[in-house]
Design a protein around this ligand. Structure first.
Ligand code: SF4
Length: 527
């Protein structure tokens, strides 16, 4: 074994404490670990909170590789400072969505190398160039940024990795899942495809004056024509950087996905989430697929994948659960819903609406309209699925009327029986079309009204759980009530607190007895 690397998972740690999705384990850090394992490096993964709070958590490692998002800048700064104090010679690598603003990150964090976009091939190139052993001429390595004296050097973009290489050569580590405390109770993400087919673009004038001149490329039937915009407007929904960073969709092979899931289940993972910006882009067409709503979903490929996964022993005996999240409403047809409910009864497809206003949704570059979303939610309910819908406030182009429409949509979605509405504030993401817009400083009265409507809708929905017995998995001790344990439903549903001490991964049945908030219920463990 040569060098040892500590891989830090800082994803959504923000200032140091993950408040939402505490039970999520993204696939990024395991993907990086897979490259190190491929080249016989010893490596471990640690949550950044662990490294910052547990003395000696970084002991014994020579190098650091951090995976983070833009919002995690504060905590990444803290961790690299701490590392540099004790290991000035060790190499510090930084990658993930945070790398979309290289100049800012290089001046703020000063890593040895910032990996831009997808990391596997670039990391392998660094390893093969003895980057960890000695100082090398980094300008020869595509897909990175670094500082040389006081200059920022950004090397040429690396071509994207082929579907074959993503499937048969680069394989995310599975053994490193055991580095995550409580992984048995966590939602473990397994990448199905990378990239997004939404190559429409925003029609909103950008702060630097760029705006659509209606050249027609975004509506072209020729997929390659949609790749470029003469006004240099990034593709996709204006608030999202996925098409810019990862390009058009590339699907992993069914065999690679099933192999990875089998290994994870054998390591006592109980909750698997199929990771994709848009799951229904899976094997939906030849590369580049840049038409988000046609052709329709590849039902045959989706069914084959789901049936293979569901035939795995742990899925068969009910000790493990499979779920799918992100789907585009415009692709969510009756036959898709029928397929989901056959293999994933009670699944919670996540559907992005973002704005309730038809014109605003179009202006921000959405490929599905609010009416498409309502239709998709109705279809999902008809097939006993429990859809989540996403809304964003503070988006460019938002006004009194667009928020009013969003509030009306909350009421309509509640009437249809939507399982949960997830509302979050607009954040300008580097690499997205809206990167230079400022989020609103204060909540307008209409935004306050929207937040209240969503909270009430989500809280009221929790009352449908009262009296139900839910198969649940223990996660961690309650931080607010001693003697209580926090549980997640093995299938879908709200966070649960129940009396008693249970170790992470313990499966129990819980009868729901009380609604505590729009995201939390109390229950009693039933034998
Ligand atoms: S490619 Fe650019 S200019 Fe052309 S229609 Fe799309 S956004 Fe407008």
């Amino acid at each position: 074994m040569t060098d040892s690397v500590l891989i830090i998972d800082a994803l959504s740690a923000g200032t140091g404490h993950r408040t939402s999705s505490r039970d999520s384990i993204g696939c990024g850090p395991r993907t990086i670990a897979g490259v190190f394992e491929l080249h016989n490096f010893s490596c471990n993964i640690s949550r950044i909170e662990e490294v910052l709070t547990k003395k000696g958590a970084a002991r014994g490692f020579e190098h650091l590789a951090i995976s983070a998002m833009s919002m995690d800048l504060p905590v990444v700064k803290q961790a690299t400072k701490m590392w540099r104090r004790t290991r000035p010679k060790g190499k510090v690598l930084l990658g993930g969505p945070i790398a979309a603003a290289p100049r800012t990150i290089l001046s703020e964090i000063r890593p040895d190398v910032l990996i831009l976009g997808e990391g596997e091939a670039t990391l392998e190139h660094l390893i093969k160039s003895d980057f960890f052993e000695t100082s090398i001429d980094l300008s020869e390595i595509p897909g990175i940024a670094f500082t040389h004296h006081s200059d920022v050097i950004i090397t040429p973009k690396r071509p994207t990795i082929s579907e074959e290489h993503l499937s048969d050569y680069f394989q995310p580590s599975t053994i490193r899942i055991m580095d995550y405390p409580g992984y048995q109770a966590s939602r473990v993400y397994v990448e199905v495809l990378r990239g997004c087919s939404n190559f429409q673009r925003t029609k909103i004038r950008l702060p630097d004056g760029r705006s659509c001149t209606d050249c027609g490329s975004c509506d072209s039937i020729d997929p390659s024509t949609r790749l470029d915009c003469p006004e240099d407007i990034p593709p996709g929904c204006g608030f999202c950087s996925v098409p810019t960073t990862w390009g058009a969709p590339r699907s992993r092979s069914e065999a690679a996905i099933v192999r990875e899931i089998q290994s994870l289940l054998d390591l006592e993972v109980h909750r698997i989430v199929l990771e994709a910006p848009g799951f229904l882009d899976y094997q939906r067409g030849p590369y580049p697929l840049t038409t988000p709503c046609s052709p329709s979903a590849n039902i045959e490929a989706v069914s084959s994948l789901l049936s293979k996964i569901k035939s795995l022993p742990q899925m068969q005996d009910g000790t493990a659960h499979l779920s799918i999240e992100n789907i585009k409403a415009c692709l969510f047809t009756e036959s898709v819903a029928e397929t989901f409910s056959r293999f994933l009864p009670g699944n919670t497809p996540n559907i992005g609406m973002e704005s309730g206003s038809e014109s605003h949704a179009r202006a921000i570059g959405k490929c599905s309209s609010p009416q498409d979303v309502l239709k998709a939610v109705r279809i999902a309910k008809k097939h006993n699925l429990d859809p989540f819908v996403y809304l964003i406030y503070g988006l460019p182009g938002e006004d009194f009327l667009t928020i009013k429409k969003s509030i009306e949509m909350v009421e309509e979605l509640t009437d249809i029986g939507v399982e949960r509405i997830i509302l979050y504030g607009f954040r300008p993401l580097p690499g997205s079309a809206f990167a230079d817009f400022e989020p609103p400083l204060h909540d307008s009265p209409m935004i306050t009204k929207l937040k209240k409507a969503v909270r009430t809708a989500n809280r009221d929905r929790k009352f449908t759980y009262l009296g139900r017995v839910i198969k649940s998995i223990a996660a961690e001790p309650s931080k607010t009530h001693s003697g209580y344990t926090m549980f997640y439903p093995l299938q879908e549903g709200p966070l649960i607190t129940a009396q008693g001490g249970y170790s992470a991964g313990t499966l129990v049945n819980i009868e729901i007895t009380e609604v505590l908030s729009d995201g939390l219920v109390r229950g009693e463990v039933v034998k």
